[in-house]
Design a binder for this molecule. Structure first.
Ligand code: NAD
Ligand code: WQD
Length: 344
């Protein structure tokens, strides 16, 4: 029998790519998503790619009664991958309670219900944001957690602690916490990708919208940082590579291969790229110009961060495969697909 996996936030950007990889690996997937930052047509996209329609429930993870009846009617869920969360850093500063409620209560509900329904493991979406500005680069999983710069970042730190405290209290399940660096790109089929809401705050959707002429100019936030060209450095990881790491992680949990009750892995490429380098690579990979100007630094930005992915590489047996050129080309192709469909 196929193992049943519950994917919360499975209609979202990283969730949808992960559902594809789970189904390709033979898992039976149940998605719950309240569609607060996604679209139900994503489920059609997943079906087109995999030939299989995942079970979908429009449900809020904060709705304990709704969750219970979902577990009652879908027995045998072995593992959970918990993506569902609000993720806009700026919005979290304006609406902290929304973020604390959505990102914390949803996790509490799932952790509470897992033993009752026999779920053996949970994979949690965390972020490199927990490292703040690391003292040592590349940053590994043992680096100290720095005070969060936003309520959003704080929810990830608190959620990690909640998972640790709960799992080590002796519950009958284990957890893998994945700290993502900067996910980019779209599925090569272009059936699914990132759907930014309003004016994008993240670099890649803003860049592709500028290349498309939707925005007049990309603002590069600062060129006076202590980096070779003065712009900030990040570790950009392809979303399909990222998705595959979730399949490996759930497999590891369900096959009892974890070495600790709670394991933490960095998911990055190990390569840091500056904003200006990225624009340059995008232009070369796509042949499309990106008008940009240098503006002041953005408040709260980290100067430079990239991963030491050795632990994930060696222990999970997972390594990021896609080149940055491929990733950026897929972001651009996805942008063109959105235009073709009249979405953007
Ligand atoms: P996303 O917004 O595309 O996906 C999240 C999905 O969860 C959306 O479909 C949304 O509708 C759903 N959702 C939100 N609250 C919900 C709730 N209470 N109940 C049910 N569904 C709910 O975001 P994403 O980029 O795919 O991120 C997925 C996870 O990864 C999030 O936890 C995010 O914090 C984390 N993460 C993202 C990044 C990034 O840069 N994209 C980086 C690090 C970590
Ligand atoms: C990348 C780089 C900007 C936009 C945020 C969250 C983090 C994580 C991912 C979830 C930075 C520069 C950006 C623009 C620019 N999310 N930039 N012009 O800041 O690394 O991380 O998203 O956990 O928590 O903080 O990502 O894409 O916003 O920025 O110059 O219009 O691009 O300064 O150096 P960031 P980003």
């Amino acid at each position: 029998m196929e193992n049943k996996i519950l994917v919360t936030g499975g209609a979202g950007y990283i969730g949808s790519h992960t559902v594809v990889e789970l189904q390709n690996a033979g898992y039976e997937v149940i998605i719950i998503d309240n569609l607060s930052n996604s679209n139900v047509e994503v489920i059609d996209g997943i079906e087109k790619i995999t030939g299989k329609r995942p079970l979908f429930f429009e449900l809020d993870c904060n709705d304990m009664e709704g969750l219970k009846s979902m577990f009652e009617s879908n027995t045998g869920i072995k593992g959970i991958i918990h993506f569902a969360a609000s993720k806009a850093v700026g919005e979290s500063i304006q609406k902290p309670l929304l973020y604390y409620r959505n990102n914390i209560v949803s996790l509490l509900n799932l952790l509470d219900l897992m033993p009752q329904y026999g779920a053996e493991g949970i994979v949690f979406s965390s972020s490199c944001t927990v490292y703040g500005q690391p003292d040592i680069l590349p940053v590994d999983e043992n680096a100290p957690i720095k005070p969060a710069l936003s309520p959003y970042g704080n929810t990830k730190q608190i959620d990690e602690e909640i998972i640790r405290d709960t799992v080590y209290s002796g519950v009958p399940y284990k957890s893998i916490i994945l700290r993502y660096f900067n996910p980019i790109g779209a599925h090569p089929s272009l059936e699914i990708g990132e759907l930014p809401n309003g004016v994008p705050q993240n670099l890649i959707p803003f860049l592709t919208q500028t290349a498309m002429g939707i925005r007049t100019e990309l603002s590069v936030y600062g060129n006076d940082y202590d980096t070779p060209d003065g712009s900030c450095i990040r570790d950009y990881i392809n979303v399909v590579d990222l998705a595959k790491a979730h399949v490996v992680s759930i497999d590891r949990l369900l096959k009892g291969k974890t070495k600790k009750e709670v394991e933490i892995f960095n998911l990055g490429t190990g390569r840091g790229l500056s904003v200006l380098e990225l624009i340059n690579i995008f232009e070369k990979a796509t042949g499309v110009k990106v008008p940009y100007k240098i503006v002041d630094r953005r408040e709260g930005d980290i100067e430079k961060v990239w991963a030491l992915p050795d632990y994930a590489n060696n222990e999970l047996g997972w390594t990021a495969q896609k080149s940055i050129e491929d990733s950026l080309a897929s972001s651009w192709n996805w942008q063109m697909k959105l235009r073709e469909k009249g979405i953007m």
